[in-house]
Design a protein around this ligand. Structure first.
Ligand code: ATP
Ligand code: MG
Length: 391
């Protein structure tokens, strides 16, 4: 069992509280991503898990045992960093085997001269070499074992760093933005390899990134941090479809979710000057309506198949081939940006210019509601007039 549990972890640097009481559990074999804006405390938390940093209070449990007092090397954890941290003067094989040699040989036998004559070092050398080869094969870097880091591409260096972490058979694999130095195409490739590595090893992975696509595509669950606090921990699809707050809704999803300020009074909701059809239930005063860009569609101005139909002014079109992104504003809310994501070029767009009046349609059940402070209003709804009249 090598699950991980954090109990009320707190950490300050000087007067700055960086982690404000984090508690959560990661199951044995789970792939969990920690995401959040720069400076929210992701690396600090990872360093606390690995033992490189000490929390001010709180407990780190690995495999059910409290590890606060254990040194990093006794925690049986491997960590991969953004900058790879390879030894430049050593070959790939030496980089990978280095930590095994350190762990298994006494100090005197690690010295180059004694290494050659010490019987324990001589006996160990082929064992380590075969372990290095096995890991290199798994990561497809066998042909690079004699090169130095300077002779490798970014993706190859990252694989060496992964190999070095993997060869130690850790219980927990911690990664701090391991792909951020790679170009976009290589990132997608290594991302897939890390997912496969997780599947083939079955180890517990904690993966730090500020790239939500990485987090969403690789993880079983994602923990979203903001200023040292846990905003939400859930599966990628739950984070996307069922965010607890506007902050979560905004962080997850690209293009960003539309947040529309609304005023509700006596069950009547308004977006700007425009009255929303239907009755607003369980919300009052200033509230926020949120709508994913793909939940909006272009409609003909005579279309009656949609709950909402609002005038839209387009400022920019991004044609990505398989889909089209429209950026603009709803005429009712000219101060608020509105984004739409259409599966392909719509007939309603052909022959139009930026000046052409367009209409956006969407259904009330695709709206999420939040109060003015950004907390989700779960029992809020827009109820169609017709169904109300029928009651
Ligand atoms: N050793 C330190 N001394 C003082 N302040 C620190 C130290 N380490 C981190 N901090 C501060 O703690 C906060 C959190 O840092 P951390 O590195 O954990 O953020 P992060 O979420 O990993 O950010 P990024 O995405 O930019 O890597 C930052 O404000 C940072 O300046
Ligand atoms: Mg960091």
């Amino acid at each position: 069992m090598a699950g991980l549990e954090l109990r009320d972890i707190r950490k300050s640097f000087g007067n700055t509280q960086v982690l404000k009481g984090l508690s959560f559990q990661i199951a044995d074999g789970e792939f969990l991503s920690l995401v959040g804006e720069s400076g929210c405390g992701k690396s600090t938390l990872l360093r606390i898990i690995s033992g490189l940093e000490t929390p001010d209070s709180g407990e780190v449990l690995i495999g059910g045992g409290v590890m606060n007092a254990a040194s990093p090397k006794d925690r049986n954890i491997s960590m991969v960093f953004q900058d790879y941290a390879l030894y430049p003067h050593m070959s790939v094989a030496q980089n990978i085997s280095m930590l095994l040699i350190m762990a298994r040989l006494p100090l005197h036998a690690r010295l180059p001269l004694l290494n050659r004559i010490s019987p324990s070092a001589r006996a160990l050398r082929p064992v380590i070499a075969s372990e290095v080869e096995a890991v290199a094969k798994q990561l497809r870097i066998e042909h690079l074992l004699n090169r130095r880091p300077a002779e490798l591409s970014g993706g190859q260096r990252q694989r060496v760093a992964l190999g070095r972490a993997l060869v130690r058979h850790p219980k927990l694999f911690l990664m701090d933005e391991p792909l951020s130095n790679l170009d976009a195409k290589l990132r997608v490739e290594v991302r897939k390899e890390i997912t496969e590595l997780h599947q083939s090893t079955g180890l517990t992975f904690v993966y730090v990134t500020h790239d939500q696509t990485e987090a969403m595509t690789m993880s079983h669950r994602v923990a979203l941090l903001e200023k040292g606090e846990l905003l939400q921990l859930a599966t990628p699809s739950a984070l996307y479809a069922d965010p607890h707050s506007v902050a979560v809704a905004r962080f997850i999803g690209s293009p960003e979710i539309n947040i529309l300020p609304a005023e509700v009074s006596s069950g009547i909701a308004r977006l700007g000057a425009e009255m929303v059809p239907g009755r607003a239930v369980n919300m009052d005063g200033s509230t926020l309506f949120a709508l994913r860009p793909e939940a909006a569609r272009l409609v003909d101005r005579h279309d009656v198949s949609t709950d909402f139909k609002l005038g839209f002014t387009r400022h920019l079109t991004e044609d990505l081939g398989h889909e089209v992104l429209l950026h603009g504003t709803l005429d009712a809310l000219p101060e608020t940006r509105f984004r739409m994501r259409l599966p392909k070029t719509s007939d309603l767009l052909s022959g139009t210019s930026l000046d052409t009046a367009l209409h956006v349609g969407f259904d009330a059940n695709n709206l999420l509601f939040f109060n003015a402070d950004g907390a989700r209003l779960r029992d809020a709804a827009i109820v169609a007039e017709a169904s109300e009249a029928a009651q």
